[in-house]
Design a protein around this ligand. Structure first.
Ligand code: NAD
Ligand code: UDX
Length: 456
């Protein structure tokens, strides 16, 4: 099947950049990205320096394709109706209520999309699962579609999970390690897989496009994220042992990573991993394992998250215990994003660290080059709600919180500095200029000669 019109539902971190790159590489295909959030669509159609996703190189791609063969629209029905292939790139957060709350993926947005596609479609469609989903979700989507379709339209559901990392999304999409496409073995299932293979073949070498059965593809995404997170928890657990024994965590990482069988990536000790994916996907894996009666498997993966919480807690306690009394001490928190080169702060370790420092009485000054003040406040508010914090406590809290626009002039008057995100401007700052030396807790190990780092 020749595809010349694509609709992508979900104009978020995944939908926006992935469709921009497909549009760039396939000028003959018209792509419309739709979303229920009209403000987001307006921002995608607005000035290039105010796109809803901050991602190096994205503005340049958007500049070339927007209005040529890439469109952002709030008209979901028409875009679905018009397209042969529909990507679902909606969010799949952890469920907050009902069966599986706190663990299972909330599929309500995916289910809404499936229903909408079924109701609106009047011609055959290929539905591509781009969101990260529990294994066997395609079965559920099929059920919904066949319940709600209004005529004999044929739907093929294929899985094409996204492996991009934030901060390097455009680079990752240009040179993916692999593109994974899973489909069922029927003739039309395989025809749908071939249609998507043809699209990616425009810029991804054939040997990097892996086709599998649909369940392997769905599960491979969860498993990849779990394995990456597991490496971080492994090295973070060893950073604690380094501190007790005098071993150096960076030397340890280098030594371990030089083994070809292990490799050097994802062995950097940190304050703990953050982001919208690792925690939610591991929780999902734990839930699935339990669902299938594999309790030992569930316990194994849960430990990856426990070590991550332990590391964030250890880092915070280290700062607190460095003072006889941390009350009213000034702590400068550098970085709020969960990693450098992104404006995303979802599940960032900074949230946990800052919150607990303030709760312990410290005055906390927060600086991030990209994350907005409104976002920082909203992240902290979320913890208020979780902890049932009263209005009086909130006022006391807000008197100790300062969100600042530059950090240089605060350094000399700080008692401690916690570096949480590895932004270049922290790396490039001339730390020798610092006259009064505050304690520096370099959770990202970026200050080589002048630091008091976790793991040292
Ligand atoms: P996001 O929250 O940034 O974007 C999702 C968008 O979908 C939102 O703008 C939301 O308004 C929209 N949406 C939800 N329901 C809708 C509906 N019924 N109709 C139209 N629009 C709807 O999420 P994201 O970070 O782009 O993640 C999307 C999926 O991709 C998730 O499953 C995630 O796990 C996966 N993923 C994310 C990343 C990442 O780095 N963020 C990487 C790989 C995979
Ligand atoms: C991750 C996966 O890497 C990506 O393939 C998937 O599609 C989405 O989830 P992302 O969360 O955007 O991507 O960023 P990633 O680079 O994986 O970093 C996640 C967290 O781990 C960050 O907080 C980062 O600082 C931390 N990290 C990473 C470490 O603490 N140590 C490392 O060695 C690597």
């Amino acid at each position: 099947m020749k595809v010349n019109k694509i609709c992508c539902i979900g104009a978020g971190y995944v939908g926006g950049p992935t469709m921009a790159v497909i549009a760039l590489k396939c000028p003959e295909i018209q792509i419309t990205v739709v979303d229920v959030n009209k403000d987001k669509i307006n921002s995608w159609n607005g000035p290039l320096d105010q796109l809803p996703v901050f991602e190096p190189g994205l503005d340049q791609v958007i500049k070339q394709v927007r209005g040529r063969n890439l469109f952002f629209s709030a008209d979901i029905d028409n875009s679905i109706f018009d397209s042969q292939m529909i990507f679902m790139a909606v969010n799949t957060p952890t469920k907050t209520s009902g069966e599986g709350a706190g663990m299972a993926a909330d599929l309500k947005y995916v289910e809404e999309c499936a229903k909408k596609i079924a109701e609106v479609s009047r011609s055959d469609k290929i539905i591509v699962e781009k969101s990260t989903l529990p294994v066997r979700t395609a079965e559920k989507i099929k059920e919904i579609i066949y319940k709600h379709r209004s005529n004999d339209v044929n739907f093929d559901i294929i899985s094409n999970p996204e492996f991009l990392a934030e901060g390097t999304a455009i680079e990752d999409l240009f040179k993916s390690d692999r593109v994974l496409i899973g489909g069922d073995e029927s003739f039309s299932g395989q025809r749908a897989v071939s249609a998507l293979v043809e699209i990616y073949s425009k810029w991804i070498p054939k040997e990097k496009i892996l086709t599998t059965n649909i369940w392997s593809s769905e599960l491979a995404k969860l498993a990849s994220n779990a394995m990456l997170a597991q490496r971080i928890s492994s090295i973070n657990s060893l950073s604690a042992l380094c501190e007790k024994t005098g071993a150096n965590i960076e030397e340890l990482s280098r030594a371990i990573g030089m083994d070809n069988r292990i490799g050097p990536e994802f062995l950097k000790a940190s304050v703990g991993f953050g982001g919208s994916c690792f925690k939610k996907d591991i929780l999902n894996l734990v839930y699935l394992s339990k669902y299938y009666g594999l309790d030992d498997v569930a316990d194994y993966w849960l430990q990856v998250l426990k070590i991550n919480d332990y590391q964030k807690d250890r880092f915070t306690k280290k700062i607190i215990s460095s003072f006889k009394n941390i009350r009213d001490k000034k702590v400068l928190v550098l970085g709020w994003a969960f990693k450098a080169n992104t404006g995303d702060s979802r599940d960032s370790a900074a949230i946990y660290v800052a919150y607990n420092l303030i709760c312990s009485g410290a005055r906390v000054y927060i600086y991030d080059p990209v994350v907005s003040k409104a976002q920082i406040l909203s992240d902290l508010n979320f913890l208020f709600k979780e902890d049932n914090i009263s209005d009086v406590q909130k006022t006391i809290f807000s008197e100790k919180l300062f969100i600042i626009n530059s950090f240089e002039c605060e350094i000399n008057s700080s008692d401690a500095i916690a570096i949480i995100t590895e932004w270049d401007e922290f790396r490039d700052f001339d730390w020798n200029k610092v006259t009064k030396k505050p304690l520096i807790f370099d959770g990202r190990g970026i200050l080589k000669d002048f630091y008091y780092s976790i793991g040292k």
